[in-house]
Design a protein around this ligand. Structure first.
Ligand code: PMP
Length: 444
């Protein structure tokens, strides 16, 4: 009997080792890591150069408290991160994960408002559905009732606007009017709340766990930027999942040429080698807060030399092997394969994504977008079947809203075409098996 407990109901096999896109359990079974864990292991497992860099750092020091020492690796990683960030965002604050990165953006935004004499600004608008982390601050801006409901009385209710799920609302995502339509809802909400009370709007450039690789409709990101600027609302990009090259650009928002005020980064930034995350912020925001007495925030393990040395080595891999470019190319190739499956399985109602942040969604009826019955538990059943067939994928059912069972297929950015064939082959077999389990007429 294990002393550990997590959410999963059934115990999983014990992990033995991992290399590249593959993982092995202690019984010798091999799995393709088709979701990079939770979209984390972007450069693949056990990369020798990263391990060597970590060993070299370990031989020198593993921890130096940030208020006692500067370290070479944290200075250098901050410099490299700022160089990759949009112009004007050169200030980096290290943390150990995505929730911490998001919390940091919220608190930096709030302290900045105080320096501007805008103490009445505290509301952070986010989207429904959305996921921004599990700490209470990040949870308050998360739009996903199964995770937020138990804690509602402990959190300040924050305003939500609908995520731009054009495919569910029967709107054309390529029509700029669609992007405007969803952005208008943000503007209406800001006006309803009172613009002088709204601190920030937070958005994932490409949706992750909650919306399953939702790509914003044409014009949405630009309109959102303009609206935030108009009302003095800070724009936060949650790039925890999209950052680090996964979407085919280093930052997901680069696809739309939009510059936020604050960015949250994690997951692929540490690549699964160490817990690592960062907030990247506009210079003048940080300068104002520092001049006013400093940022009242910080985590003990933040910016430790080992994590930063690993982060630097991960960045080297992304840049030296053009993994961002490979994500764009392999993302297109994976999308083609998923579209091929969509032609053969009417159950697949949508295929979407950018780069290797790719997903498909199961529906009972493509035309009406009707979801599969909840009792089918498709989101967990198909994942289990694929797992038994040697492929790990990541799923969510964001019901309560509109979306159905979606599945993120997000292998490490080092994946090649042959491996994509292998992934598509296992998905094909797994879908066929799933079809035999569900009663007609669902999906047929
Ligand atoms: N933001 C986004 C967009 C995420 O996908 C996640 C993790 N799924 C988080 C924040 C929280 O990150 P963590 O689990 O590392 O705290």
């Amino acid at each position: 009997m294990s002393n550990l407990f997590y959410q999963t109901k059934s115990a999983r096999p014990v992990l033995d080792r991992a290399e590249g896109i593959y993982m092995w359990d202690t019984s010798g079974n091999r799995y393709i890591d088709g979701s990079s864990g939770a979209m984390v292991s972007n450069i693949g497992h056990s990369n020798p150069a990263v391990l060597a860099a970590m060993r070299a750092q370990m031989d020198k020091s593993t921890f130096g408290y940030r208020l006692h020492f500067q370290t070479e690796s944290s200075e250098e990683l901050a410099r490299r991160t700022a160089a990759l960030a949009p112009e004007g965002l050169n200030k980096v604050f290290f943390v150990s994960g995505g929730s911490e990165a998001v919390e940091s953006t919220l608190k930096m935004a709030r302290q900045y408002a105080l320096t501007q004499g805008q103490a009445q600004r505290y509301k952070v608008i986010s989207r429904m559905p959305s996921y921004h982390g599990c700490t209470l601050g990040a949870l308050a801006i998360t739009g996903y009732a199964p995770m937020t409901a138990p804690f509602d009385p402990m959190m300040r209710a924050m305003p939500k606007v609908p995520a731009p799920r054009a495919y569910l609302d029967g709107l054309d995502p390529d029509d700029p009017e669609t992007g405007r339509h969803y952005a208008d809802m943000l503007e209406a909400r800001i006006l309803e709340e009172g613009p002088e009370t709204v601190l920030a709007f937070i958005v994932e450039p490409v949706g992750g766990a909650s919306t399953g690789a939702l790509v914003p409709p044409e014009g949405y990101m630009r309109n959102v930027r303009d609206i935030c600027t108009r009302y003095g609302v800070l724009l936060i990009h949650d790039e925890v999942m999209t950052g680090g090259g996964r979407t085919g650009r280093f930052f997901g928002a680069e696809h739309w040429g939009v510059t936020p005020d604050l960015i949250a980064l994690s997951k692929g930034f540490g690549g699964g080698y160490v817990p690592l995350g960062a907030m990247v912020a506009r210079d003048d925001i940080v300068e104002a807060v520092m001049q006013a007495g400093g940022f009242v925030h910080g985590f003990t393990y933040a910016g430790n030399p080992l994590a930063c040395a690993a982060g630097l080595a991960v960045l080297d891999q992304i840049e030296q092997h053009d993994l961002t470019g490979n994500a764009a190319r392999m993302g297109a190739a994976l999308t083609d394969r998923l579209r091929g499956l969509m032609q053969r399985y009417p159950l697949i109602g949508d295929v979407r994504g950018k780069g290797l942040l790719t997903a498909f969604e199961l529906m009972a009826d493509r035309a009406t977008r009707a979801p599969l019955p909840k009792e089918l538990n498709a989101h967990s059943r198909l994942v289990d079947i694929a797992y038994d067939n040697g492929l790990i994928i990541y799923s969510r059912r964001t019901r309560g809203g509109l979306s159905g069972d979606h599945f993120l297929v997000c292998p490490p950015l080092i994946v090649d075409e042959t491996q994509l064939d292998e992934i598509a082959g296992i998905l094909d077999r797994s879908l066929a098996q799933f079809m035999t389990e569900i009663p007609a007429p669902a999906g047929r």
